[in-house]
Design a protein around this ligand. Structure first.
Ligand SMILES: Nc1ncnc2c1ncn2[C@@H]1O[C@H](COP(=O)(O)OP(=O)(O)OP(=O)(O)O)[C@@H](O)[C@H]1O
Ligand SMILES: [Mg+2]
Length: 286
């Protein structure tokens, strides 16, 4: 289901075997450095981050009628064979995060309905099952946000208020369990302007990294071939995963996505979703 060859190539390149990478790791201010847990300074920093997470409001449960089968703190658990693919992807993204300093990553698709939000939610849940990993997931699809529903909770408002500074980060994020923070949004199609303002996005991402020290910030993006917002956000991301719908995405769609990514960010890999293991699906995408 998950083709991580691109990510592996990038990782090899980072070890000096491949071509030079275009993007340098984020500046030190935003970089996560896993300092050994000894020394008063690192202990104080760890306390600070722990405190910041503890102050986040828990995600409110939906009324039972709206979420009949989900517990309030339930993470998404796909079937075992699918879950194994997400766990593999999780390992590789964490490796990229720790060795390259790539913390902000996006998930997108060529066209609507391929499963980008599904993959974002499952991957976030997979990450959240690791006690020592902190993840922030941001719903950047202002037109059709779906992550709140995926996590059986409600968005507290529009995410553009957090980016614009109208609402503090800690007032917008919601905590699910101990180590997953949700940056959800209500639909806000008119918010595209904010998403194109690179300062608002960049400053918020730095703030998130500094205050919450996440291993990963995962951004659920709108489809790349149909959304200017997705395109505008690419330069803020260390890399993106592209989710292909194994039943209908064409190789030409993926080539067009790759073209759009050039000089904006790295393609980390292609996730072949839905009908993933059919020969027909694989042939179409070759
Ligand atoms: N592998 C899967 N197994 C089961 N259901 C899936 C799978 N992938 C996607 N879906 C379902 O298909 C629908 C579309 O998926 P999703 O919303 O993730 O697509 P998307 O690429 O984010 O679309 P959009 O462009 O509208 O944001 C959702 O109802 C989702 O739950
Ligand atoms: Mg989506």
């Amino acid at each position: 289901m998950v083709d991580t060859r691109r990510l592996e190539q990038l990782m090899r390149a980072s070890q000096g075997e491949g071509r030079a990478l275009r993007r340098a790791p984020r500046p030190a201010a935003g970089a996560i450095i896993r300092a050994p847990a000894h020394g008063a300074r690192s202990n104080a920093r760890a306390e600070e981050v722990h405190h910041a997470w503890s102050l986040l409001s828990p995600a409110a449960p939906l009324p039972p009628a709206d979420a009949p089968r989900r517990r309030r703190d339930a993470l998404i658990l796909p079937p075992p064979e699918v879950s194994a693919s997400f766990d593999l992807l999780r390992v590789q993204l964490l490796q990229a995060s720790r060795t390259r300093g790539w913390h902000v990553m996006g998930v997108t698709a060529p066209s609507p309905g391929c499963g980008a939000s599904f993959v974002t939610a499952c991957l976030s849940s997979s990450l959240a099952r690791l006690d020592n990993v902190r993840t922030i997931v941001l719903d950047m699809d202002l037109t059709r946000p779906t992550l709140a529903q995926a996590f059986s909770t409600a968005a507290p408002g529009v995410i553009t208020d957090m980016f614009d500074g109208h609402v503090p980060v800690e007032g917008h994020l919601r905590r699910l369990g101990e180590n997953l923070a949700l940056g959800l949004t209500l639909p806000c199609p008119e918010g595209g302007g904010t998403m194109s303002q690179s300062n608002a996005i960049a400053e918020t991402l730095v703030e998130l990294e500094q205050d919450y020290h996440p291993d990963l910030i995962l951004c659920d993006l709108p489809p790349l071939l149909t959304s200017d917002t997705a395109l505008a956000l690419l330069p803020h991301l260390a890399g993106v995963l592209i989710v292909a719908d194994g039943t209908r995405t064409q190789a030409s769609d993926l080539q067009e996505c790759e073209r759009l990514l050039q000089d904006r960010t790295q393609l980390l890999g292609v996730v072949l979703n839905k009908g993933s293991d059919t020969d027909a699906g694989r042939r179409r995408l070759r």
